[in-house]
Write a protein that binds this ligand. Structure first.
Ligand code: MV4
Length: 501
C-alpha cells in the first residue's frame, strides 16, 4: 500500500479548497495550479504550493494536460485530484497520469471511456440487468430504424447524443412527422459539439424525478452505496437544490435502487467514488440514466447524513486501502439540503454577474456548512463557472432542515454581485417544495412565485435592505475612523442601544 504524501489539485474555486481541507486533515501536502485570472484566488492561498499553468481560458490552463503533468512532476506530487468538471472525466488525462506514475484519484481510464459513452453505458446496464428507459439497444443506424423503435415504444421519445449527457444534445419528439428531422438535427448537433454523431432513442418519461445514488468502491471488490440524493430542482439542466433523503423515497425502493446502484458499479468494475443517476416516474419505476465517474458538486449532503468524508475515502481507495465499513454499517441520519449560490442575475435571464464582491457574510450556527471561495474584494472571473458557494444544512427532520436553510439564507449577505440567494429563499417558502411535492418541472411550474412576480415580499425587502445599508455605513465608519465609531441607535428598529459589555 502506497501512502499519498502530496496531492496536486487540478481544479479551482470551492472544490479545490474542499479537497485541500481533507488533505490538510490527513497531513497531505497540497499543490494548487492557477490560471492568469486566478492569481488572487483563495485556493492558491490555501495550498502549500501553487504553480501558474496558463492564460485565463480553461483550454489553456485547467485543461492543459501537458502543463499540469509538468507541474505534478516538478512539485513531486504522488497523486492528482481532478475535482469535478475540467479534466475529471477525461480518460486521456487519467491514462497520462498512469503513464507518468502519478495516481489519478478517480476510476480507470477504461471505465471513464465506457461511462462517457452513453450508449455503451446503457448497454452495460442492460447486460447487468439494471432497468433502463425503454428504447434502443446500441445506436440507431438509420431513420428507418428510429421509426420502427418508436412504433414499439410509442411517442413521445427523447433522442439523445451518445457523447452528450447532462442534457446536452437532447431532443424531445412528440409527433411522428418530426422523427426524421429530429434525428438529423440531433446528429448534426452532436457531431458539431462532440465530434461524434451517434444517437439513441428512449421513451420520454413525463415529469420524472432525478434521483442519484452515491457509490464507493475499493480496489479489493468491496462496493457500497451511500444512499440517494434528490436533484430534481433544476433549471436548464443546472441543479439548484439537492436534498437527502428524497421526499419520494420509501425504505423498500431505497433498498432496491441501492442494490441496483451497487450492481451497476460492480458490472463495470468501478473503483472510487461515483454516482448512478436514475429517472424515477410517478409510479416509482426507476430507470438508469447515466453514471458520473467523479466527485459531484452535491456530495456534501451525503457526507452530512452518513458522516463519511467522501474525499478522504477517495484518497484511501486510491492508496489501495480497503473500505473500513460495510453496507450494513451505513445509516442516513436526519436530513440534509444543499443550495447552490450562483453569481447570476435572476432578473436578467440568469446572466452571470461578474464583478467585485464588496461584502460577504456567511451564515453560521448549528447545522450549517458553506463550501465557497470568494472573499471581500475578490473579483469573480468571467471565464469559469458562476457557482460561488454551496450552503449545506442539516436537520433532524426535513422540516427542521428547511427552516434552518431559510434562516441560513436570511443570514447570507453578498453585495457587489447579483446572486441566486433570493430565489433560493423563495423555494424554501414554496408550499409545493415544503410538501415535498415536486419533480424536474418544479421551476417552470412555480415560475411566478419563484421569480417574485407576485411582489408579496417587497415591503419586507425594503426594511431588510435599509437595515443592511445602515450596517454597511457603520462598517465604513469603523474602517475610516476607529475612534469616532460609536454604535448608533438603529434607525430601523425602535430599540435603544444597550451596551452588554
Ligand atoms: C430524460 C427525460 C425524460 N425521459 N430521458 C436531462 C438531463 C439528462 N441527464 C437527461 N435528462 C432527461 N432525460 C427520458 N427518457 C427527462 C430529462 C430531463 C431532466 C432530467 C433530470 C433532471 C432534470 C431534467 C429536466 C428536463 C429533462
Amino acid at each position: 500500500m502506497n501512502k499519498i504524501k502530496k496531492i496536486l489539485i487540478a481544479n479551482r474555486g470551492e472544490i479545490a479548497i474542499r479537497v485541500m481541507r481533507t488533505c490538510r486533515e490527513l497531513d497531505i501536502e497540497t499543490v494548487a495550479i492557477y490560471s492568469e485570472a486566478d492569481r488572487t484566488s483563495l485556493h492558491v492561498r490555501y495550498a502549500h504550493e501553487a504553480y501558474y499553468v496558463g492564460k485565463a481560458p480553461s483550454s489553456e490552463s485547467y485543461l492543459n494536460i501537458e502543463k499540469i503533468i509538468e507541474v505534478a512532476k516538478k512539485s513531486k506530487a504522488d497523486a492528482i485530484h481532478p475535482g469535478y468538471g475540467f479534466l475529471s472525466e477525461n480518460a486521456a488525462f487519467a491514462r497520462r497520469c498512469a503513464v507518468e506514475g502519478i495516481i489519478f484519484i478517480g476510476p480507470s481510464p477504461e471505465v471513464i471511456v465506457q461511462m462517457g459513452d452513453k450508449i455503451q453505458a446503457r448497454d452495460a446496464m442492460i447486460k447487468a440487468g439494471i432497468p433502463v428507459v425503454p428504447g434502443t439497444e446500441g445506436e440507431i443506424k438509420s431513420e428507418q430504424e428510429a421509426l420502427e423503435i418508436i412504433k414499439e415504444i410509442g411517442l413521445p421519445v427523447m433522442i439523445k447524443a451518445s457523447a452528450g449527457g447532462g442534457g446536452k444534445g437532447m431532443r424531445l419528439v412528440k409527433s411522428e412527422a418530426d422523427v426524421v428531422s429530429s434525428v438529423r438535427a440531433a446528429r448534426s448537433e452532436a457531431k458539431a459539439a462532440f465530434g461524434d454523431d451517434a444517437v439513441y432513442i428512449e421513451k420520454y418519461i413525463t415529469s420524472p424525478h432525478h434521483i442519484e445514488f452515491q457509490i464507493l468502491a475499493d480496489q479489493h471488490g468491496n462496493t457500497v452505496h451511500l444512499f440517494e440524493r434528490e436533484c430534481s430542482v433544476q433549471r436548464r439542466h443546472q441543479k439548484m437544490i439537492e436534498e437527502t433523503p428524497s421526499p419520494l423515497m420509501t425504505p423498500e425502493l431505497r433498498e432496491e435502487m441501492g442494490k441496483a446502484a451497487v450492481e451497476a458499479a460492480q458490472a463495470v468494475n468501478y473503483v472510487g467514488a461515483g454516482t448512478i443517476e436514475f429517472l424515477v416516474d410517478n409510479n416509482l419505476n426507476y430507470y438508469f440514466l447515466e453514471m458520473n465517474t467523479r466527485l459531484q458538486v452535491e456530495h456534501p449532503i451525503t457526507e452530512r447524513v452518513t458522516g463519511i468524508d467522501l474525499v478522504k475515502q477517495q484518497i484511501y481507495v486510491a492508496e489501495g486501502q480497503q473500505l473500513d465499513f460495510a453496507q450494513e454499517d451505513l445509516r442516513q441520519l436526519g436530513h440534509a439540503i444543499e443550495c447552490r449560490v450562483y453569481a447570476e442575475d435572476p432578473d436578467n435571464n440568469f446572466m452571470p454577474s461578474a464583478g467585485k464582491v464588496y461584502k460577504i457574510s456567511d451564515p453560521l450556527g448549528l447545522g450549517v456548512r458553506t463550501d465557497g471561495y470568494v472573499y471581500e474584494g475578490y473579483e469573480i472571473p468571467i471565464y469559469y463557472d458562476p457557482m460561488i458557494s454551496k450552503l449545506i444544512v442539516w436537520g433532524k427532520t426535513r422540516d427542521e432542515a428547511i427552516g434552518r436553510m431559510r434562516r441560513a439564507l436570511y443570514e447570507y449577505k453578498i453585495t457587489g454581485v447579483k446572486t441566486s440567494i433570493k430565489m433560493l429563499e423563495r423555494v424554501m417558502k414554496n408550499e409545493n417544495f415544503i410538501q415535498g411535492n415536486y419533480d424536474t418541472h418544479f421551476i417552470e411550474k412555480n415560475q411566478e412565485q419563484l421569480m417574485g412576480k407576485d411582489h408579496t415580499e417587497d415591503p419586507v425587502d425594503m426594511v431588510i435592505i435599509a437595515a443592511f445599508i445602515d450596517y454597511l455605513d457603520k462598517l465604513s465608519s469603523v474602517s475610516t475612523n476607529q475612534k469616532e465609531f460609536t454604535p448608533a441607535q438603529s434607525r430601523w428598529k425602535k430599540i435603544p442601544y444597550v451596551n452588554h459589555f
